[in-house]
Design a protein around this ligand. Structure first.
Ligand code: PGA
Length: 234
């Protein structure tokens, strides 16, 4: 089964810091078969990462093949008069393969609703971008109801229990397992990734339980992120 490990940089890192991260990453990271590493930088750094990843003087051919770019959010609207929003048209020309949508921080601080998340899913799918829909148990069912099963079949679902995000208090894999079953019952046989305070020491525990990980804090240093990527393989 293929694995997906996503680094969510949130609003961290300058351009210089991001390029230094990539330089270190290119030296350390040994891609494994069936494992895809995805980085979701802030919008302002998408161009720099896209350029970096496309050059074999930076990444080997093997690294290039296993590395994908994501955005952390997407406009719920098509291109138009929506100041400040990033539409799928704005992303054309960049090799963006995934879009996080409905992250709990977007729901909490930017008051995003299930319907807006559904509109973002529609936008992403129209552009051939795979939506990574972030959910917690409370709104699993209401979020599932916003789109058709045909649409959900093209998504990745990120299970992110609120109390585990950025708190250092992850949810043990044994508790994640039944929720993964619940998610598959709601959304169909979609890939499910877990996010919430995963670090290099805990990554292996989730390997047989979920199809991947969504990593925040521990993705900001190439060393700790590489530890997660390596240990999740086991
Ligand atoms: P965390 O963040 O790893 O820092 O808990 C995960 C996320 O918000 O996606």
């Amino acid at each position: 089964m293929s694995q997906l490990i996503i680094a969510n940089w949130k609003s961290h890192l300058s351009q210089a810091q991001a390029l230094a991260w990539l330089d270190e990453w290119a030296k350390k990271w040994q891609p494994a078969a069936e494992q895809t590493v995805v980085v979701a930088p802030p919008f302002s750094l998408v161009g720099a990462l896209d350029w970096y990843a496309a050059h074999q003087s930076h990444f080997s051919a093997e690294q290039q093949a296993a590395f994908k770019l994501a955005v952390q959010d997407l406009s719920p609207f098509p291109a138009g008069a929506y100041t400040g929003a990033i539409s799928i048209e704005n992303l054309q020309g960049f090799a963006v393969k995934y879009a996080l949508v409905g992250h709990s921080e977007r729901r909490r601080y930017f008051h995003e609703t299930n319907q807006e998340v559904a509109n973002k899913v529609e936008q992403a799918l129209a552009a051939g971008i795979t939506p990574v829909v972030c959910v917690d148990r409370d709104y699993l069912t209401s979020q599932a109801a916003t789109l058709s099963s045909k649409e959900w079949a093209k998504c990745v679902i990120a299970y992110e229990p609120l109390e585990a995000i950025g708190t250092g208090s992850r949810q043990p894999a044994a508790e994640v397992e039944p929720v993964v079953a619940e998610i598959k019952a709601q959304f169909g046989k979609v890939p499910v990734v877990y996010g919430g305070s995963v670090d290099a020491d805990s990554a292996a525990e989730y390997a047989g339980v979920v199809d991947g990980l969504l990593v925040g804090g521990q993705s900001l240093k190439p060393d700790s992120f590489n530890g997660i990527v390596k240990n999740f393989r086991k």
